[in-house]
Design a protein around this ligand. Sequence first.
Ligand SMILES: *Cc1c(COP(=O)(O)O)cnc(C)c1O
Length: 462
Amino acid sequence: MRYVSTRGRAPDLSFEEAMLTGLARDGGLYVPAEIPVMAKADIAALAGRSYEEVAFRVMRPFIGEAFSDAEFEDIIARAYAGFGHAARAPLVQLAPNHFLLELFHGPTLAFKDFAMQLIGQLFEASLKRSGKRVTIVGATSGDTGSAAMEAFRGLDMVDVFILFPDGRVSDVQRRQMTTVAEANAHALALRGDFDDCQARLKDMFNDHAFRDAVRLAGVNSINWARVLAQVVYYFTAAVSLGAPQRSVSFTVPTGNFGDIFAGYIARAMGLPIEKLVIATNQNDILHRAIARGAYETKGVTPTISPSMDIQVSSNFERVLFDVYDRDGGAVAQLMEELKGQGGFGISQGALERLRGLFASGRCSEEQTLAMIARARAEMGELLCPHSAVGVHVAQAHLGVTPMVTLATAHPAKFPDAVEQASGIRPALPARMADLFDREERVTRVENDLSELQALVRRERVA
Ligand SMILES: *Cc1c(COP(=O)(O)O)cnc(C)c1O
């Protein structure tokens, strides 16, 4: 399996190379040269199998020669062993034809664990073979950083440094990063906001001498291996509800478009997905793009669903590549317009195809709070604000086809908003009940590139 860049001017790579590279050298994102289709009988044969078995069968064709079957089985087993639920991604029923896919039973209580835990094991296996260590640096507004710290803690071949804006992540999110005890994991509280964290991260990648010296690697949401890991739960959920004989629809709370793009891949592989609904909070660039045909940035408003507070959706480029007939030059031009003018118009043909692929909806702050309260009262479910955005939008798309809304985080990760809406302060699961008693280890850093680089060089294990 080869991977090509969405901008058409970077070399084709293998799975392993694309995973270790992240962003392509022409600024594009890697996508498979073609999507492997699963026969109906092979999809039917997933019924009743464990999450790990489904993961192996769904992801195997994308991996190529990178790992033997036994190695890949072992990688998957390690990745999901730390989850707090035997089903990994259990389904619960909300209403007659509406289901919630609980993606928050991983070690940091958000769906990002599905991808990050797998990528940690993939990196370790790949780097052990080459004998080369890497340094992972990431910037986070909360969920990604804690998932990365958990995934890479204690691995032999990796150091992980996570930059977060000092004082601007929730207590649970901060403690999930600062209470990791392993010597290879470093939580850095930067004096600044999330944009400062991202800017310094970008600076580090752009300093090629530094980048080579510490063998910098990235695991942000554009990494293809992360998207791939998320394809699996679309299969487990749909098969539980009767696929491939019966179609299923999904609604996905969306920020960077990684999670819903995984659903798009699942459908391209042959999973009968009827509707794929983009759910945004009031930062609704994606909803506006589908509704009006113009992709236009307009600044970010902070919301109670902060993991979806985005200005641009980086993974949207991947679907643009397809609806523009895989014309890398056309995509590169759109991205230039985005950079220069803050937006671009989508061509009529591409827009029609997008509307055939996705529905969309938006949920305001008031609607999010009301949905949390109503889900508690009428469905017996305590939703995190992101999941509430999804359930609210899904309700406009219910029909004869079963609807599955993705619950992207545990309510206890966002206790203030949940308590404000429902009057109930959600408790952490028992396995994490001591989070507030664990010792914190954090380095405060200035918003200064050379100070940061010196720290990374000094603190690396090797
Ligand atoms: C990251 C995140 C999202 C958005 O996911 P994307 O893949 O960026 O669309 C939604 N909810 C939660 C809780 C998240 O952490």
